[in-house]
Design a protein around this ligand. Sequence first.
Ligand code: NAP
Length: 277
Amino acid sequence: MKKLFGVLGNPIGHSMSPVMHNDLFSLYNIDAEYLPFLVKEDELRDAVNGLRALGAGGFNVTIPHKSSIIPFLDEVDELAASIGAVNTVVNKDGKLIGYNTDGLGFLKGLDAYKTKIQSQKILVIGAGGAARAIYFTLAKEKPIQIDIANRTLEKAVQLIEECPYSISSRGLTLNHASSELGEYDLIIQTTMIGMEPNITEQPITLEYLNENSLVCEIIYNPLETRILREAKSIGATVQNGIDMFVYQGALAFEKWTGIFPDIQRMKENVLGQLGGK
Ligand code: NAP
């Protein structure tokens, strides 16, 4: 019998996950279907219980439900609980277990650059939900230092205080981080600055960027944001947000099926959906 999978969010119309996962189910001959579900905030509990009753194999969770879903699950793994957000749920014999593959997806996307996290000085720009998943996940890996720069400094400081993994960290203003940019091996841009339609903006100036740095962006629309374009022109290595998106999906697919899927195919699928932008 066909297994049901899906993604709960609001809005959900532009999600690239259904096409990406359905392609994988067909590639691996798995009799399953992944559907987008538009779920309003006050209907989340019913939606979760409905999926449980229908015997869904699992589902993804996206904005605005990543945190509010937690009370409706039977179990949440340690990393997702510390982040306070779940993006992947597995139905294990009727028990719904929540995971967070966003930060791990980012981490896995770094493999291609042979980055040894433990020897890195890292700057995270932004202190929102995505930054939290990435910061906690990287902190668990024990790099030398992870600083957080944010428009609202208090939010960066709060994130550092709430992290359960002990790590050398400073909360910085965006200007402060700009002036010390040369110190970092890895810079991760997690704000929505530079995203369509505000593509001429960037969160910090790159005057002091070290050309040996790796600059990562988690935005994938456009594929090359202004910060990536400038970093590349300085000679730094750059990565756009496609890798994080594809790897978070791959890790979810692996949890549901036991198969770690073909990443290159997933990337091509997503690029195709973005219209090769
Ligand atoms: P969020 O929780 O709303 O956080 C937004 C962040 O952006 C905050 O740090 C906020 O600073 C900052 N910001 C917003 N407008 C700003 C402005 N005008 N100037 C300076 N800073 C500003 O959002 P999120 O969920 O973390 O998502 C952030 C981005 O990541 C989005 O573009 C999203 O599409 C992308 N994302 C990508 C993936 C992927 O798989 N590639 C996954 C998740 C998210 P304040 O604290 O000062 O408000």
